[in-house]
Design a binder for this molecule. Structure first.
Ligand code: AMP
Length: 283
């Protein structure tokens, strides 16, 4: 595997490759990331991965400085997956000047759910993803459904800018007890780690309630959201949101999707101690 930090050197290595597939990450790789590398392999060749902890998407009180950085272990994992190039730019490589041009996603997608609790987050994400896509110029880029709203926003960005890339979604990989793998799980104490799978359990209960409803309407969905939030709160969590939305645009469900109960997704973010976890479940 070639490890490259310089944009020009990356371009030199990829010249003439028109079927590259790309998996951007912030490193501290786990099975979830590696599953995306395997998916990328099915969709193109060569596979290019990136590791870059993107300052632009972290709020002032968030964990940019303490975000786990495990470059050598990550390199070993990517070597085993047969990744061809690891693009690992420094901040100076990727942002040689202050990044003053930014991509601002529309409010109805970028300022709801995660965007409400992490102002500017998706602006930082879209800006770095557009820049990384411009550096790598892949035919395919793979993103995990674990970050459901991010996947949606990047898909829309690629569509509206007519980017010549297919955005491919990867399923969420979980630990045996149901907890979605995440770099931030390493912040959990052992007691918190035991409690953490409850987040997915609460989503499953909410899904069962939605499917059992004899009459699905806005009010009934609100009640289900409220019950889920109070279940977590009673167990010592601090939920930011639990929201039942349409998969297609993350808007509140229309009458049609309410009737079938299909095409819905339940999204959540909640703090357990100091650690903020996100998860979702499609219905
Ligand atoms: P990150 O390094 O957290 O920015 O994630 C890089 C990519 O891996 C994103 O597309 C994430 O959605 C994806 N990802 C993170 N966790 C998982 C998981 N448990 N299963 C599948 N994909 C994941």
């Amino acid at each position: 595997m070639k490890i490259i930090s310089d944009i020009q050197e990356l371009r030199d290595h990829l010249r003439g490759q028109n079927r590259a597939s790309f998996v951007p990450t912030m490193g501290n790789l786990h099975e979830g990331h590696l599953s995306l590398m395997r998916l990328a392999r099915q969709h193109g060749d060569p596979v290019v991965a990136s590791i870059f902890v993107n300052r632009l998407q972290f709020g002032p009180n968030e964990d940019f400085d303490s975000y786990p950085r495990t470059m050598q272990a990550d390199i070993d994992k990517l070597e085993k997956e047969g990744v061809y190039i690891l693009f690992a730019p420094t901040e100076r490589d990727l942002y040689p000047q202050p990044q003053e041009y930014r991509v601002d996603p529309p409010q109805q997608l970028g300022d709801i759910l995660e965007g409400e609790f992490r102002p500017g987050f998706f602006k930082g994400v879209c800006t770095v993803v557009l820049k990384l896509l411009s550096c790598v110029q892949p035919q395919v880029a793979v993103f995990g459904k674990k970050d459901y709203q991010q996947l949606m926003i990047i898909r829309q960005m690629a569509k509206q800018f007519a980017l010549p890339v297919d955005i491919v979604p990867g399923e969420t990989i979980r630990a045996e007890d149901g907890l979605a793998l995440s770099s931030r799980n390493s912040y959990l104490s052992s007691a918190e780690r035991t409690e953490a799978p409850e987040l997915q359990k609460v989503l499953k209960e909410a899904r069962a309630r939605v499917l059992d409803l004899s009459e699905r309407n806005d009010h009934a969905l609100n009640e289900i959201e409220k019950v889920a939030i109070s279940t977590l709160t009673r167990r010592g969590w601090n939920p930011d949101y639990i929201a039942i939305r349409q998969q297609s645009d993350l808007a509140r469900p229309s009458n049609e999707s309410l009737q079938t109960g299909e095409g819905l997704v339940i999204l959540t973010a909640a703090k357990l101690g100091k650690t903020r976890l996100i998860d979702n479940l499609e219905i």
